[in-house]
Design a protein around this ligand. Structure first.
Ligand SMILES: NC(=O)c1ccc[n+]([C@@H]2O[C@H](COP(=O)([O-])OP(=O)(O)OC[C@H]3O[C@@H](n4cnc5c(N)ncnc54)[C@H](OP(=O)(O)O)[C@@H]3O)[C@@H](O)[C@H]2O)c1
Length: 212
């Protein structure tokens, strides 16, 4: 199957994002990937364009997403470092609007609570614990959500994840809009879910929870 579509990926070397590039290639997409250190890359393919740089640099954002049709953002940062999720997402969305790119898929954690959620008691306590122990990160994740949910120009999807484990594709992915259906998910399954959401968009302007 040939897709003349190019996907820009932020975070494609991280725990969550590391199989998205290969999954996208398997499905016939072309990929442009942001990397800070190309030596970290364990694979090579003619269909991968590498942009070396830092996502905090606006010129790098332009180089990364220019002439792409889809942006996937699995940027991450150690929980105790100053969080910049909202800043990264806001800059990506601004540049997407300027370049007329309409599709964005990002990730967040299951501890993000938004209007309309109906979390069970355990997940409510889990979310409170995250808010208590990582208040800056959770405030910033909330800010990122507010930026996305106010944006009507871009067809965004924000996927809320449980604990992510290194692992193969199980094909058993539970999805729900109001509560986290499980406790973990493999990063191969995340990649499949994201590529499937590109091919068969189901959650535009929504923030589904997924798990195994
Ligand atoms: N891991 C989990 O269990 C889990 C669970 C729920 C939600 N999430 C969410 O998933 C997202 C990704 O988390 P993760 O665990 O995959 O994080 P990670 O393993 O630390 O990966 C972070 C990714 O972001 C890239 N990155 C970081 N700073 C950058 C910068 N300044 N410029 C360009 N790229 C940069 C890293 O590139 P380098 O390779 O250059 O460092 C790497 O590709 C986060 O939003 C996190 O909250 C994760």
């Amino acid at each position: 199957m040939y897709h003349p579509i190019k996907i820009a990926i932020v975070g494609g070397t991280g725990k969550v994002g590391r199989y998205i590039v290969t999954k996208a290639l398997e499905n016939g997409f072309h990929v442009r990937m942001l990397v800070r250190n190309p030596n970290k890359l364990t694979f090579k393919d003619d269909r991968i364009e590498i942009v070396q740089g830092n996502i905090q640099d606006v010129e790098t954002v332009h180089k990364l997403i220019n002439e792409c049709q889809i942006v996937i953002n699995t940027f991450g940062r150690p929980p105790r470092e100053t969080p910049i999720y909202s800043y990264v997402t806001e800059n990506l969305l601004k540049k997407m609007k300027e370049l007329n790119i309409s599709r964005y898929i990002g990730v967040s954690g299951g501890s993000l609570t938004i209007n309309g959620d109906n979390k069970n008691i355990i997940n409510r306590i889990g979310a409170k614990l995250f808010e208590f122990f990582l208040p800056k990160m959770m405030e910033d994740k909330k800010k990122e959500w507010n930026i996305l949910s106010a944006n009507k120009h871009i067809e965004w999807t924000l996927i809320r994840l449980p604990f992510v484990r290194e692992g193969f594709e199980t094909g058993d992915i539970k999805e729900k809009l109001t509560d986290m259906p499980g406790t973990k998910i493999t990063n191969h399954d995340i990649a499949s879910f994201i590529i499937n959401e590109i091919e068969n968009p189901k959650y535009i302007h929504q923030a589904p929870f997924i798990s195994n």
